[in-house]
Design a protein around this ligand. Structure first.
Ligand SMILES: [Zn+2]
Ligand SMILES: [Zn+2]
Length: 394
């Protein structure tokens, strides 16, 4: 009964959701700058007569819907930020902000959560508990989840469970993917600076070539992955930037590199800074170069709770049919700061299929031609509403 209501209401809302998503898509804002997006969210939630808090972790917004009956509190999280990327789609709703784009679908997460809020508002009289809608800044950069938690977003009322949807181009539109246990890796950041001694390109013996040293370091760091750790323990080390040198005939005295390490295993994660520094310092010593090394832990791995994932799986089957629910077993090496919420509260991160080659929707996340099948907006809204309903009935 309730499922039919939720699905029907979501379908009715589709034009509203498409318009909302296109508005947000056309006006992307980077992390901690999501002011217009936050204002739009707050305004929508206020119209629904939710208790609304703004300015959490700079631009975060929280809406609280109190059910008529007492009970538990469930939360949903949508991220709001865009990427520093020039959109290459020529659709009518393409980004109007040069160099900024919603290429990770956060516009769809925000929209779907507002859709769920609209649906659940109509069920308020029968809700045994509360629902918190968390709109988070800066998932793509340093992360808005942690500061939001520090500012008390999981308290008053205390949140008992949390869920987040993320659009996922690996799956067709209409499918919902759940995963038990680890689903996303811990993404960490590092910087390496190598200092040698400059000199004439023709007189290598009178200099210390920072580029030669950096090349050895780049190659040798890969041996941590291939030779130091268990091949069955997922580990990625990628160097994303390398800068050095100023002229073709001058030996470079400085090379700076930045990169990322991805892990699931906490022990591996703890060991990585040391394993890396042993290689960097050993190579630099051999060449007489100096170095600076900085390793920053970004987000923990995203680990879904078994019981909450089971709820999500059942709710998803009600919305899209059992045959359209995928139980994924292979985790992604991508990272996600929703993990901070999952460290505090049991929950689940749900991947929403969005690809649809018939509509030309084939590009991966973070691609300048990324887009999503908007048919998934009501599906995602309905899914979140169904999960809220099912969880609060427990
Ligand atoms: Zn992203
Ligand atoms: Zn994302």
């Amino acid at each position: 009964m309730v499922t039919n209501f939720i699905k029907q209401k979501a379908e009715e809302l589709k034009p509203v959701l498409v318009e909302l998503r296109r508005k947000i898509h056309a006006h992307p804002e980077l992390g901690f700058e999501e002011e217009k997006t936050a204002a739009l969210i707050a305004e929508t939630l206020q119209k629904l007569e939710f208790e609304v808090q703004t300015g959490i972790a700079k631009t975060g917004v929280v809406g609280l819907l109190r059910g008529e009956k007492a009970g538990k509190t469930i939360a949903f999280r949508a991220d709001m930020d865009a990427l520093a990327l020039q959109e290459e789609n020529d659709k009518p709703y393409a980004s109007l902000h040069p160099g900024k784009m919603h290429a990770c679908g956060h516009d769809a997460h925000t929209t779907s959560l507002l859709g769920a809020a609209m649906i659940l508002k109509e069920l308020q009289n029968n809700l045994p508990g509360n629902i918190k809608f968390i709109f988070q800044p800066a998932e793509e950069s340093t992360g808005g989840a942690k500061p939001m938690i520090e500012e008390g977003v999981l308290a008053n009322p205390q949140v008992d469970a949390i869920f987040a949807p993320h659009v996922w181009p690996d799956y067709p539109a209409g499918k919902i993917t759940v995963q038990y246990g680890p689903t996303m890796a811990a993404p960490d950041y590092f910087e390496i600076e190598i200092t040698g001694k400059s000199g004439h390109g023709a007189l290598p013996h009178k200099s210390i070539d920072a580029i030669i040293v950096a090349c050895q370091v780049v190659n040798s760091l890969q041996t941590i992955v291939s030779r130091k750790r268990d091949p069955l323990d997922p580990l990625v080390l990628s160097i994303g930037t390398i800068q050095g040198g100023s002229a073709f005939n001058v030996i470079a005295d400085r090379v700076k590199m930045t990169g990322t390490v991805r892990t699931f295993n906490l022990e591996t994660r703890e060991k990585m800074p040391l394993l890396m520094e042993e290689i960097i310092s050993g190579i630099c010593k051999a060449f007489g170069a100096d170095y600076k090394f900085k390793y920053e832990k970004y987000f923990p791995p995203t680990i879904n709770d078994e019981k909450m994932t089971a709820i999500a799986e059942k709710s998803a089957a009600k919305i899209v049919g059992k045959e359209n629910v995928i139980v994924e077993t292979k985790p992604s090496m991508g990272g996600e700061d929703f993990s901070f919420f999952l460290q505090e509260v049991p929950g689940s991160y749900i991947k929403i299929g969005i690809n649809n080659p018939a509509k030309g929707i084939i590009y991966p996340l973070h691609h300048p031609k990324f887009d999503l099948d908007e048919d998934v907006l009501p599906i995602t809204a309905a899914l979140m509403a169904q999960i809220a309903w099912d969880f609060l009935q427990e």
